[in-house]
Write a protein that binds this ligand. Structure first.
Ligand SMILES: NC(=O)C1=CN([C@@H]2O[C@H](COP(=O)(O)OP(=O)(O)OC[C@H]3O[C@@H](n4cnc5c(N)ncnc54)[C@H](OP(=O)(O)O)[C@@H]3O)[C@@H](O)[C@H]2O)C=CC1
Ligand SMILES: Nc1nc(=O)c2c([nH]1)NC[C@@H]1CN(c3ccc(C(=O)N[C@@H](CCC(=O)O)C(=O)O)cc3)C=[N+]21
Ligand SMILES: [Mg+2]
Length: 306
């Protein structure tokens, strides 16, 4: 269905961009996963994801709730661990070490951002690479950059899935990424490079950033500033991926892209909500199931933390 949509489409002036429908694609991913989970359950294995949330950040609570809801739809077991804002780093490290050693746990996710007394790097380093569903552990980051990925960060993985589903070519395309965070911009760059795109990474110190975005065949925007990219910054026909999640003055969820103006220029565009967000969660589920499946292939019931 989505494939058909794209094959009939070529971009023309004055046409609106094709919407890259993350909600729909996530539903498809989830249906495939339901089958895989049911196969695993017949072998006596229930995929299990543990999500840890420290403190009471409001946006984080919404995302964590969404993760549990989607897991439940698919049949993935989740454990919801809430810790107070003033939790000490050592307590969180001890909890992670316990979960690393627990053979019934296939994936561990510590929701970011963390309160300031906790060093996020210490925490990502502590999660066993084989249970690192976020792909944030330095070992997994290294594998990704060496084009031998073991665990992919969910947001870049979800974005890649759009290109595959809609048959949008990557090889030789100029991809410009706005933002260089460890969770989106940097791993996205590595993933696109692995797929033979020519990648430019831009950030707050970049000079003439909008001259670069206008050259992009593929534009990925992940900075956290509403309406940062407008139609004037986009090459006609480009694929534009809006990763941003911002609340505007009216309390409405908006991305980093001025959607109505970019819609007139881009060939393809992800909406907010219903674009990258649902795909991020779908990829988290997919990774959890993969880790659980690997535990079967190892001839044991569960993955060890080595
Ligand atoms: N839909 C989803 O699944 C997800 C959405 N998000 C959303 O994406 C957005 C980005 O998140 P995240 O990557 O964690 O962001 P961070 O805040 O960690 O990083 C922001 C990046 O944007 C750059 N930046 C900030 N302002 C500008 C500017 N004016 N011009 C150019 N670059 C700028 C920063 O540059 P510098 O490095 O120089 O400071 C930095 O690299 C947020 O809105 C977040 O909520 C995030 C993860 C998943
Ligand atoms: N360890 C860790 N891993 C993450 O993957 C991680 C994280 N920390 N911290 C925060 C960011 C952000 N993130 C989102 C996930 C889902 C939606 C999502 O479901 N968005 C919906 C709407 C949600 C709403 O209505 O507010 C949508 O775009 O349609 C958004 C953002 C994961 N992140
Ligand atoms: Mg979205």
């Amino acid at each position: 269905m989505l494939k058909w949509l794209h094959s009939k489409k070529s971009w023309r002036w004055g046409e609106m961009a094709v919407k890259l429908d993350g909600k729909k694609l996530a539903t498809k991913v989830k249906q495939d996963l339901e089958q895989k989970v049911s196969n695993l359950k017949q072998k006596g294995i229930t995929p299990k994801l543990v999500v840890i949330l420290v403190g009471s950040d409001e946006a984080s609570q919404v995302y964590v709730r969404n993760k549990h809801r989607v897991a439940q739809q698919i049949g993935i077991e989740t454990q919801d661990i809430r810790l107070p804002e003033n939790t000490a780093e050592i307590e969180l490290l001890q909890l992670i070490s316990k979960l690393n050693a627990d053979d019934t746990v296939h994936g561990i996710l510590v929701q970011l951002p963390l309160p300031k007394q906790i060093d996020a790097e210490q925490i990502t380093d502590a999660i066993a690479p084989a249970k690192d569903v976020d792909g944030f552990h330095p070992q997994n980051v290294g594998h990704l950059f060496m084009n031998d990925p073991r665990s992919l960060p969910c947001t870049p993985a979800g974005i890649l899935r759009f290109f595959q589903e809609y048959h949008l070519p990557l090889a030789g395309k100029h991809a410009v990424i706005v933002g260089r965070s460890n969770i989106v911009g940097r791993p996205m760059a590595a993933l696109l490079l692995n797929h033979d795109a020519t990648v430019t990474i831009t950030h707050s110190k970049t000079k003439n950033l909008r001259q670069l975005t206008r050259q992009a065949d593929i534009l990925i925007v992940a900075i956290g500033k509403a309406d940062f990219i407008t139609g004037a910054d986009v090459k006609p026909g480009a694929v534009v991926i809006d990763v941003g999640m911002n609340r505007n003055a009216a309390g409405k969820l908006v991305g980093d892209v001025a959607q109505s103006s970019v819609d007139q220029v881009a060939g393809f565009l992800t909406p907010v909500p219903g674009g990258v967000g649902p795909m991020t969660i779908a990829m988290l589920m997919e990774q959890t199931v993969k880790f659980a499946e690997r535990s079967v292939n190892c001839g044991r019931k569960n993955v060890s933390n080595s």
